[in-house]
Design a protein around this ligand. Structure first.
Ligand code: HEC
Length: 187
């Protein structure tokens, strides 16, 4: 082989080897907590489960109370009477309390506090709650506007990742009030 040809062949082989090494590595399976953080952020759980406050640029979720639900110290007056329609429900400016034909619902504390949050929940409680629309997976009906019917369409892996993330965030002690049933008809 002529020296020039040999050199070119060697150079080509060298470049091919380098190119091979630069192929992107097989993506590693994402860490469930990171995947959960991504899903919770993008699906906007904070919109309803983090109380909103008036910030410098207007209303925004108060991230110092991230995902802790309706603030226990906030006493609201009775909601206005429901309009005859087509307007159908009212929400508090915190985005954590809602009044409609279902009564009054308050968004849950999703932080891992043992007494007031999801600290004592099992992964199964969470997955079943999203799949069945029942509190803890077997209790009372979960009320609007919690979109459990859509969230329950996620696969087990994603729901487990959301739960793993929620268990990893700072616990906040905040006892959310129980929901209030609708007033009996005619009152
Ligand atoms: C549009 C508002 C809204 C959004 C968005 C929302 N939630 Fe909720 N969520 C609620 C309300 C209201 C309740 C309380 C319902 C009740 O008391 O029956 C609730 C309750 C819950 C509960 C308690 C269920 C139980 O068994 O009692 C869990 C868990 C929960 N939400 C998780 C989430 C997660 C995770 C996300 C995001 C992926 C999310 N929510 C997004 C409004 C919302």
């Amino acid at each position: 082989m002529k020296p020039i040809l040999l050199a070119t062949t060697l150079a080509a082989a060298f470049l091919a080897a380098v190119a091979c090494q630069q192929q992107p590595k097989q993506a590693a399976a994402p860490n469930p907590v990171e995947r959960g953080r991504y899903l919770v952020t993008a699906i906007a759980c904070n919109d309803c489960h983090t109380p909103w406050k008036l910030g410098e640029k207007g209303p925004e979720p108060d991230m110092s109370r991230m995902l802790s639900g309706h603030p226990q110290g906030m006493k609201l007056p009775p909601p206005p009477a429901l309009p005859p329609g087509p307007w159908g429900f009212t929400g508090a400016l915190t985005m954590t309390a809602w009044a409609g034909p279902w009564g009054i619902s308050y968004t849950a504390n999703l932080t891992p506090d043992d007494e007031t949050g999801i600290g004592a929940w099992s992964e199964q409680n969470f997955i079943q709650a999203m799949r069945t629309g029942q509190h803890l997976g077997s209790g009372r009906q979960i009320l609007p506007p919690m979109p459990w019917n859509w969230l329950g369409k996620m696969n087990d892996e994603d729901l487990k990742a959301i739960f793993a993330y929620l268990k990893s965030i700072p616990p906040i002690k905040n006892k959310v009030p129980d929901p209030v049933p609708p007033a009996p008809a005619g009152t």
